[in-house]
Write a protein that binds this ligand. Structure first.
Ligand SMILES: [Zn+2]
Length: 94
């Protein structure tokens, strides 16, 4: 869907420009979370996902495929669901 709506325009922006927009949206998400407004958080989450999808399209990666290959119903590090990793949560997604 994001490819159909935005691919042409986002392609001219390029990966770095699109990544910068994604980072802007992540910052807006941080601000929305601090306001405790469910509506604001919902909108910013949607924006972050939209820009992430646009970035994936520009670099030619199938975002859904990449996510489901890496997170195939289990944590990729401990291969459990729910995750049983202890104290390494910041590392497990990287
Ligand atoms: Zn785990």
């Amino acid at each position: 869907m994001m490819r159909r709506i935005y691919y042409e325009r986002d392609s001219s922006r390029g990966p770095q420009g699109t990544l910068n927009r994604l980072l802007d949206e992540v910052e807006e998400l941080r601000e929305a979370i601090s306001t405790d407004s469910d509506e604001a958080v919902s909108e910013e989450l949607a924006d972050v996902l939209a820009w992430l999808a646009s970035l994936a399209n520009i670099v030619g990666i199938d975002l859904e495929g990449a996510a489901t290959r890496k997170y195939d119903n289990v944590c990729p590090r401990c291969t459990s669901s729910p995750c049983k990793c202890i104290g390494i949560h910041d590392a497990m997604h990287g």
